[in-house]
Design a protein around this ligand. Structure first.
Ligand code: SF4
Length: 235
């Protein structure tokens, strides 16, 4: 719903008791008051949601908790039990193409660990990926603001292996949608993180020229298909 609205509406204003939206081409204002009143009345007439039984998902691992497993993680990497970490994180949206993120997580080989954060994780954070020597294969760090935790984990692992973050067996696969994600993407770029995958479509501010700069300087790649991207990373 949100992405559909964003495709047609650019701006909103309230005049008295009436609500107006302007289209993306900045041409016309439309009075949506009646539409919204009807929508609210419809929502109020709907029955209350009922609880559904489901599995329990463990979420919101702080980096201190993950780094409590640092010795185990480092040993598992050195022994070849963990081949690579994939940070699959970012926004969710209603447009087609976002099943990519569920599929790539499902298709990763059993010697890969998935870190996740942000709204996009709700597409796969209920998957049972098992563990590697007691290290969960799916570690949910929380919301997008917890990119801070992901950065702390990457920095700690880079320190432990005495390499730069870009030399870690770590790939970032990002899903784009919201404005806040821009700030996070810019943070990652300012930290000189390279080889990130981004999708399912490019943010509007990434014009062809900006994309070229990002590709030349940060080797940013657009997602393709889960199979092709896994092959590109793991060989
Ligand atoms: S920027 Fe917004 S939509 Fe994207 S992950 Fe954060 S809270 Fe969710």
């Amino acid at each position: 719903m949100a992405s559909d609205i964003n495709e047609v509406i650019n701006e909103a204003k309230v005049r008295g008791k009436r609500i107006f939206f302007r289209d993306v081409e900045y041409r016309n204002w439309y009075d949506y008051t009646l539409v919204l009143v009807n929508l609210i009345e419809k929502a109020k007439a709907c029955p209350a949601l009922t609880d559904k039984d489901g599995k329990t998902v463990v979420t919101g691992f702080h980096h201190k908790t993950v780094l409590g497993l640092a010795d185990k993680i480092i040993a598992a990497v050195k022994e070849g039990k963990i081949r690579r970490f994939f940070l699959v994180g970012g926004c969710d949206g209603a447009k087609a193409g976002r099943n990519y993120y569920t599929e790539i997580v499902e298709k990763l080989p059993r010697d890969c660990v998935v870190l996740t954060l942000g709204c996009g994780k709700y597409r796969f954070n209920n998957l049972d990926l098992g563990d590697i020597d007691g290290i969960p294969r799916l570690i949910d760090l929380g919301q997008c603001n917890n990119a801070y935790s992901a950065i702390q984990i990457a920095a700690a692992l880079a320190g432990a292996f005495n390499v730069g973050v870009n030399d870690l067996p770590l790939t970032l696969v990002l899903s784009w949608f919201e404005q806040k994600a821009v700030a996070i993407l810019l943070t990652l770029l300012s930290l000189d993180i390279k080889n990130m995958f981004i999708g399912p479509t490019l943010p509007a501010f990434i014009t062809p020229n900006v994309l070229k700069v990002l590709q030349d300087n940060y080797s940013i790649r657009l997602i393709t298909t889960p199979d092709e991207d896994i092959k590109a990373v793991l060989g």
